[in-house]
Structure formats: structure tokens, C-alpha cells
Design a protein around this ligand. Structure first.
Ligand SMILES: N[C@@H](CCC(=O)N[C@@H](CS)C(=O)NCC(=O)O)C(=O)O
Length: 356
């Protein structure tokens, strides 16, 4: 009997939950839907500097969207942030497995030491260990990150990254964002910008389904057909995006401005060569093999606040730390280790020449 529920999902934000249980039983990875969807900027949650807080894990690509938006909009002082350990709780944890925890003393097997970016939970005044308990305080059984939290009312505003980045951008000035020309407007609201928004929406749909969530569909599905379909769609879109950038030498996906479409593509491509190529079985090619996408990746990486919005050590620890016999792959190291390679747009030409 088909599950008619909720097929109105905005496919740039979440995937259809139609027959989700059946699809999961057949080995397809189906991502759940976020339950906290309030609006920043309305009477309940007015946009005020210093009032809001983010809970993130740096290995999570959805969290990377919000840490990116916080940095590129210059909201680091206005919005405080806690960072969970990149590996969730183990099977023998008294609270249970697979839970995000704020434990800055936990050692990373990759470095053999605690990770300096990790923090305690600092927003509730209770020093909670688990993100799950932030939800439990509101009677919710959810447990995902990121979370946008209101320190004043001690309530969760949103746990949907697509909406969090849109709201931070729309309320940037009231939140105390960095003024000035180098602060991007990720989703311009002006009448004249309607065609640009349409193009951003089109790219968001394509990139969410085939790249952002597509990577998980490939890497976490236990069905060969589902994996093969996701693999093909992923590299087909990479080809399309490389051709789009090549078509007129544009700097960013929609032209000369860095927009939300670029911000949402970056976390996946940043993880591709050092993590997803292996972990998600997306070994059809490296980003380095797409010369225009590679230069785009290096160009975005060089923007103010981008490099400091994440850490590949957290990504490697998070994606490999509890699987793969707990040993974490150290490559690639040629032509250069990562993330250093992102400082070298010219590598794409070298690769092309050497493979010619
Ligand atoms: N639609 C959500 C997805 C968030 C999400 O799935 N986060 C993952 C981490 S990568 C998570 O916390 N999953 C754990 C869980 O749901 O238990 C968003 O984009 O914010």
C-alpha cells in the first residue's frame, strides 16, 4: 500500500518521505525531515545581535553550510557556536550509540590528541554532553545537527540548514553582519534579482538531489542499483557544472557573484577528493579532473572566512573514525596533500597536461 504522506517536499531542502520505510528496508538511504522550522526575524525570534547560537559538528556537510554562512556574512561575533566531537557516541556509551556529544577532551584517533576546535555545550547553562538533550528539553526525540538556538528563550529556532542559511542572510544587517562590499548577499531579494533567484533555485534543486544528498545516496545505500544510479547522477552533474563554468569563464555558478548556490555546493566538493572518493565510493573521478570546477573550488576556498569555516581533520575523523577498522586513510598526497591543494588552482592544468 503506497505511503501518500508528504510528497510535497521542496526537493532543494529535503527528499520525499514517500514509502520511506519500504525504501530503507530495500537498502536505500533515505534522509529524515527536520522538525524545527521556525522563522528568524519574526516576533517570536527577532533578529538581534548576540542572541543566537549554533550547535554544529564540522564533519557534517549540512553544519558546514551554516558555519560557512556565519563566516562569509561576518557573523562570528554576533552568533556564538559550539562544536561537537566529529565522531558520534560508541556502542558502549551509557547514553547509547550514534549521538552527537560536546566533549572537547575526547581524543581523535587521526591525531592521537583532543581536537582544539571542539567545545563544551555553552548555550543552555547546563553544560549538556549530548545534542539529544537539547531536543529533549523541548520534548523532542530528534537528535540531528545543525541547530540554531535562541539563548534568550532557551528554545530551538530551526534544525534545517537550508532555512538557517537563508534566514541568516535575510537578517544579516539586523544580526550585526559585517557591512561593506565584500559581504555577499547570498539570495538577493530585490525585484530585479528575480531571474537570479530562479537560477539559484534551479541549481539548489539539482545540487541537493544529485550532489549534497546524492553523495549519501551513493555511499550509504546497500543496494547496487540505488548506488549505481546515484553514482551516475553525481558525476553527470559535476560534468554539467564544469561545462557551465567553462561556458563563459564565469567566476561562480550564476555569474560574477558568490551566491547561496555556490555556498551549498562547496561542502560536498571540499570533501570529495579527501573523503567521499573513498568513503562514499564516488571514485569515478576527482574534482581535480574537472579543471573549471577545481578552479571554482580554489576560488571559493580563498574567500574571506571560508577556509576557517571547517577542518578536513574533523571530516576525516568523522567519516572514517568509526568504520574502516578505525584506521583513517591519509591520502591523497599527490599532486599535493589536502587542504593545501586548494591553494593551487593551477594544479588542474598540470593534471590535464599529464593526462593528455
Ligand atoms: N535536513 C537537515 C539534515 C541534518 C542532518 O541530517 N544532520 C546529520 C549529520 S550529517 C545528523 O545529525 N544526523 C543524525 C541523526 O539524525 O541522528 C539539514 O540540512 O540541516
Amino acid at each position: 500500500m503506497s505511503d501518500k504522506r508528504d510528497d510535497t517536499a521542496d526537493k532543494s531542502v529535503e527528499e520525499s518521505q514517500r514509502d520511506a520505510a519500504l525504501r530503507r528496508a530495500r537498502g536505500e538511504f533515505v534522509r529524515g525531515v527536520s522538525g524545527f522550522r521556525a522563522r528568524l526575524g519574526d516576533t517570536e525570534f527577532p533578529a538581534e545581535p548576540g542572541r543566537y547560537h549554533l550547535f554544529v559538528a564540522l564533519n557534517c556537510p549540512w553544519c558546514h553550510r551554516v558555519s560557512l554562512a556565519r563566516n562569509v556574512l561576518g557573523l562570528q561575533k554576533s552568533i556564538t557556536m559550539d562544536v561537537a566531537f566529529p565522531g558520534r557516541t560508541d556502542d558502549d556509551d551509557p547514553a547509547g550509540p550514534n549521538l552527537w556529544e560536546f566533549s572537547p577532551d575526547r581524543r581523535a584517533s587521526l591525531t592521537g590528541a583532543p581536537l582544539p576546535e571542539c567545545t563544551r555545550e555553552t548555550a543552555t547553562g547546563r553544560g549538556l554532553r549530548l545534542a539529544r538533550d537539547i531536543y529533549a528539553a523541548e520534548g523532542s526525540a530528534e537528535r540531528s545537527l545543525p541547530i540554531l538556538f535562541d539563548k534568550q528563550s532557551q528554545r530551538i529556532v530551526s534544525n534545517e540548514s537550508a532555512e538557517i542559511i537563508r534566514m541568516l542572510n535575510a537578517n544579516a544587517a539586523d544580526l550585526g553582519a559585517r557591512a561593506g562590499n565584500d559581504t555577499p548577499d547570498l539570495y538577493p531579494a530585490g525585484e530585479a534579482d528575480a531571474p537570479l533567484r530562479t537560477e539559484i533555485d534551479r541549481l539548489n534543486d539539482l545540487i541537493y538531489v544529485t550532489i549534497n544528498n546524492g553523495a549519501y545516496k551513493a555511499g550509504f545505500s546497500a543496494d547496487q542499483q540505488v548506488y549505481a544510479k546515484a553514482f551516475a547522477a553525481y558525476f553527470d552533474t559535476l560534468g554539467q557544472l564544469d561545462a557551465l563554468l567553462a561556458s563563459d569563464g564565469r567566476a561562480y555558478l550564476t555569474g560574477e557573484r558568490f551566491t547561496e548556490a555556490d555556498l551549498r555546493l562547496f561542502p560536498t566538493l571540499y570533501r570529495h577528493d579527501p573523503v567521499y572518493f573513498l568513503r562514499m565510493k564516488l571514485n569515478g573521478a576527482r574534482i581535480l579532473d574537472y579543471p573549471h570546477l577545481w578552479r571554482w573550488l580554489c576560488r571559493v576556498y580563498a574567500l574571506p572566512g571560508v577556509a576557517s569555516s571547517n577542518s578536513l581533520i574533523h571530516c576525516r575523523q568523522g567519516y572514517f573514525g568509526r568504520s574502516w577498522n578505525r584506521t583513517i586513510p591519509l591520502g591523497p598526497t599527490r599532486p599535493m596533500p589536502y587542504p593545501e591543494a586548494y591553494l593551487h588552482p593551477e594544479l588542474a592544468d598540470m593534471t590535464r597536461r599529464s593526462s593528455a
